[in-house]
Design a binder for this molecule. Sequence first.
Ligand SMILES: CC(C)(COP(=O)(O)OP(=O)(O)OC[C@H]1O[C@@H](n2cnc3c(N)ncnc32)[C@H](O)[C@@H]1OP(=O)(O)O)[C@@H](O)C(=O)NCCC(=O)NCCS
Length: 174
Amino acid sequence: MTETQDELRIASSVWNLRYEVKPSDLLTIRKIVESTGFFHSYEVDIAVELVEERLRRGNSSGYHFIFAENDSSAGGYVCYGEIACTSGSYDVYWIAVTKESQGCGLGRALMKLTEERIAASGGRRIYLETSGRTDYLPTRRFYERCSYDKAAELPDFYAENDSKVIYVKDIRKT
Ligand SMILES: CC(C)(COP(=O)(O)OP(=O)(O)OC[C@H]1O[C@@H](n2cnc3c(N)ncnc32)[C@H](O)[C@@H]1OP(=O)(O)O)[C@@H](O)C(=O)NCCC(=O)NCCS
């Protein structure tokens, strides 16, 4: 593992980085994810369940988190982990930046940090999954701007006319 980075400086903002998960993160993550205004309430519950699982099982949950915080609140977070039964293939399960902190580079910085940590753990490839629906266009653009390639699209996966789009990046090539 490389040395753990403890802050991100983006324009005039300084974000403290935290890698440990605390019981209060059940609320932290609910707040971040709800603030985006992007997810249904059942999706918010799923984001929180990953923290519950991490708190219950620790590292063996397979879920790793990075939080970016300032003195008053959390601006964003990532949840990622190695995909079961693979060697070096990782999923980024969630990445979210609060509405008020979006568009300033925090999402990109969190993604880059995640890639560095995965690479330091011996990871080779990172996968991202999202919906092909029009309302997920901003999410897909974000992934593309972070140099993820569309690897597959599975029609009607989530529902009729709602495909699953899978993005990948080979982090050994970056
Ligand atoms: C997607 C998300 C994490 C991006 O975070 P962010 O801090 O706003 O993104 P950044 O400011 O770092 O932008 C990085 C790049 O993505 C692009 N991008 C970000 N949001 C975008 C949007 N809504 N539409 C188009 N492009 C977008 C930016 O233009 C930038 O590219 P550039 O630097 O080449 O111009 C954030 O908007 C978010 O939390 N959205 C809701 C939740 C979500 O969709 N999560 C992903 C699925 S779990």
